[in-house]
Design a protein around this ligand. Structure first.
Ligand SMILES: Cc1cc2nc3c(=O)[nH]c(=O)nc-3n(C[C@H](O)[C@H](O)[C@H](O)COP(=O)(O)OP(=O)(O)OC[C@H]3O[C@@H](n4cnc5c(N)ncnc54)[C@H](O)[C@@H]3O)c2cc1C
Ligand code: FES
Length: 248
């Protein structure tokens, strides 16, 4: 288990915090680590900052994430990794499509000059908007409190998607599934980062399986061609106890 001391903590929305720490390792955009909160649990987490100073940007969902975001500078964070297949290197004009805390895994790609489409329920949940170059980002909010009123589709319709050389997307599965359906007949290269229950993170427990792929080893990033053959994408997943349920 790797450990690092938290050097800084920033509140970036009412429910999302970024925890900075030093870790001398190479991690590529799209990879993740398993973060351990002793006595509570271990959860998969992308790194939102990949320089010498690294960071997790964590949304408060439940028990483990709540414990992590309540850590303070000087306290220790434990994790193992990095794991998973990174996004492939971008070539040319890049678009990032992020929903909610999915923007954490896309954050390292903003600085390559990417454009952005950020989707959230409400203005407070739009992450990292001000880090894009001027005029390169649009937003949608379900409640219309900022940007275009509606879900991610309303934003996709405003963009000339085939003008991008590469599209990277990360967010809730329902959002990613709409992105996939909107893009699937277009001439665009896209990679989507999926979420599944992860227990081991190293290809042993199979809790993250999707149509014979293991998300922790073969993903979490998948190409449009791979997604075409995954009928469980947007439809079924396993719970922590291994029960197969419908994707909400
Ligand atoms: C590859 C990957 C990268 C991620 N990166 C980030 C990130 O950068 N920032 C961020 O805020 N969140 C990220 N998540 C989501 C994060 O792992 C879950 O929000 C977290 O597991 C919630 O755990 P909890 O105990 O706080 O909540 P709980 O109340 O226990 O669970 C809430 C929901 O979180 C999901 N969840 C719980 N445990 C796991 C688990 N072991 N594996 C996968 N999902 C789980 C389930 O859908 C569950 O219904 C990532 C998930 C994956 C798979
Ligand atoms: S999390 Fe155990 S096989 Fe992927």
């Amino acid at each position: 288990m790797i450990h690092a001391d938290i050097i800084r903590k920033e509140k970036i929305s009412p429910t999302v915090f970024t925890l900075y720490f030093h870790w001398n390792a190479t991690v590529l955009p799209g990879q993740f680590v398993m973060v351990w909160a002793p006595g509570t649990g271990e959860i998969p987490m992308s790194l939102s900052h990949l320089g010498k100073e690294k960071a997790f940007t964590i949304k408060n969902y439940g028990q483990t994430s709540d414990k992590l975001i309540n850590l303070e500078p000087g306290e220790r964070i434990f994790f193992r990794g990095p794991y998973g297949r990174p996004f492939s290197a971008s070539k040319g004009k890049t678009l990032l499509i992020g929903g909610g805390s999915g923007m954490a895994s896309l954050h390292p790609l903003i600085k390559i000059g990417s454009s952005g489409l950020i989707a959230a329920r409400t203005k407070d949940e739009l992450l990292f908007m001000d880090e894009f170059e001027a005029g390169k980002v649009i937003a949608t909010t379900d409640d219309g409190s900022f940007g275009i009123k509606g879900n991610v589709l309303a934003g996709l319709k405003q963009l000339d998607l085939e003008s991008f050389d590469m599209i990277y997307a990360c967010g809730p599965e329902i959002m990613l599934y709409s992105v996939y359906n909107h893009l699937k007949d277009m001439k665009v290269d896209a990679e989507l980062s999926l979420e599944r229950m992860m227990k081991c993170g190293i290809g042993v427990c199979d809790s993250c399986s999707i149509n014979g792929f293991q998300l922790c080893m073969d993903g979490p990033t998948f190409t449009m061609d791979q997604l075409r053959y995954m009928n469980e994408f947007g439809s079924e997943k396993l719970t922590f106890s291994g029960k197969r349920v419908k994707v909400p």
